[in-house]
Ligand binder design. Structure first.
Ligand code: GLN
Length: 248
């Protein structure tokens, strides 16, 4: 396959309902970082009632308010089979905040309403009586590489992981999954969930490239992602880390 033919297919789930804090910016980052390497990202949007294909290389769910999340939860049950099939086949699945919660077994909101998740990640979420808000810094290890990841969180949910996944990272600053155990996010193979909005990927180019590397591998596209000039991204990362440090 020549580089010009190479293409990663991404399915953006619920862009109209799960896009709090401009979470769709993560997709712009994925697309640009591929373009800068002569590659392309083909994006399909799938909203309520839309069928989804099971042959995408990357599936993305952003965050949303509880009422939007409820609509999505009901619909997502109909998309669970193709999503599960794709994930088992090696596709990347990234969920942010509300999307992260729905990748787990379920979310019980503050009013007691239960939203079923699709169980792609072994975790359970229940709303607490306060919101966990602020800048976050965590240490993440993926593919044997360790980096600091920065972001912003704003959620009521308290998420606890089961034995089928591991935390995405360990907190230096912030509340993370539940404000209790020092962990943030979850990973199982190429399934990743996190509370970090902001969006997540512009300030964390290493994480963006790690996810893209997995998607390219799944697409059987043997391309090494050459380094980019990430000076601006590194500055944004440093500012976010410093700001988080000052807040405590
Ligand atoms: N409704 C969820 C919570 O508050 C998710 C919020 C979000 O996506 N920002 O926990």
């Amino acid at each position: 396959m020549s580089i010009g033919d190479s293409q990663v297919r991404l399915c953006h789930l619920y862009p109209d309902h799960l896009n709090i804090y401009a979470d769709r910016g993560n997709i712009a980052v994925l697309a640009r970082r591929l373009e800068w390497r002569g590659l392309t990202l083909e994006i399909t949007e799938a909203g309520l009632g839309d069928p989804i294909a099971d042959d995408c290389h990357f599936y993305y769910l952003g965050g949303g308010q509880d009422r939007d999340q409820m609509l999505v939860a009901e619909d997502l049950a109909h998309k669970a089979d193709p999503l599960r099939h794709a994930a088992e086949d090696g596709a990347v699945v990234l969920g942010v905040c509300g999307g992260y919660q729905l990748l787990g077994h379920g979310y019980t909101a503050a009013d007691g309403q239960r939203m079923h998740g699709i169980g792609l990640l072994d975790l359970e979420t229940t709303a607490g009586s306060s919101r966990l808000i602020g800048d976050v810094v965590l240490d993440v290890t993926l593919n044997g590489q360790s980096r600091t990841v920065v972001g912003y969180e704003n959620h009521a949910g308290r998420t606890y992981l089961g034995g089928g996944c591991t935390p995405l990272g360990h907190l230096r600053r912030g509340h993370g999954n539940n404000g209790d155990d020092g962990c943030e996010g979850a990973v199982a193979g190429r399934r990743v969930g996190t509370y970090l909005h902001g969006p997540l990927l512009p300030k964390n180019p290493w994480l963006a490239d790690t996810l893209l590397g997995w998607a390219l591998d799944h697409a059987e596209c043997p391309v090494e992602l050459e380094p980019l000039d990430d000076d601006l991204e590194r500055s944004a990362h440093a500012v976010a880390a410093t700001r988080a440090g000052r807040k405590r």
